[in-house]
Design a protein around this ligand. Sequence first.
Ligand code: URA
Length: 206
Amino acid sequence: MSKEEELKKLEEEMRSDASLPLRESNLVFGEGSIDAAVMFIGEGPGYHEDQLRRPFVGRAGQLLDKLIVGIGWKREEVYITNIIKRRPPGNRDPSPEEIEAYKPYLARQIEIINPKIVAPLGRFAMNYFLPKAKITRDQGKIFKVGKWFVVPLFHPAAALRGTGTLNALTESFRRLPLIIEKHESLAEEVISDDDENVVSQQDTLF
Ligand code: URA
């Protein structure tokens, strides 16, 4: 089966899984290149995402687009999705049970895309992969979670609220192409303990 077919099958499975919570909202599966080097993972769809059934299409999404274009990439070249694939009512935080329910699907989605870097956006998505990490301390650093290299980034919505956060996010974006370029040698940096590129082992998630 091709990656495209596998993703389609996964989406159909999710659509027909009656045990999944939040089924009163639309399914926002994710979009982008099936061969993306970077997979951006947000918290969950908001109002606009639910309406259009596409991830990151509101104000935060516009900033994400700008940051992607700012480093010479195109939105269609990356893959964008969320931990939770349906909008919680009133944009409340997803419950641990809701996150748990969607977890096997996200794990399979990451497996299919097989990105060089997983980039959780914001504290919430970061803590899904790195329960002990702190966003202000650890954003932009490289972690190894299971077999994935994880680079947590500030959420674009937070960057819309503060210049310092925006500057830090922009700087971390600027480093992404280099991290991808050095991807093959990152494993060595786990051992080298280089201050610039802290790579910490965390508990295996998948
Ligand atoms: N915020 C998120 O975390 N995800 C989206 O898709 C949109 C906004």
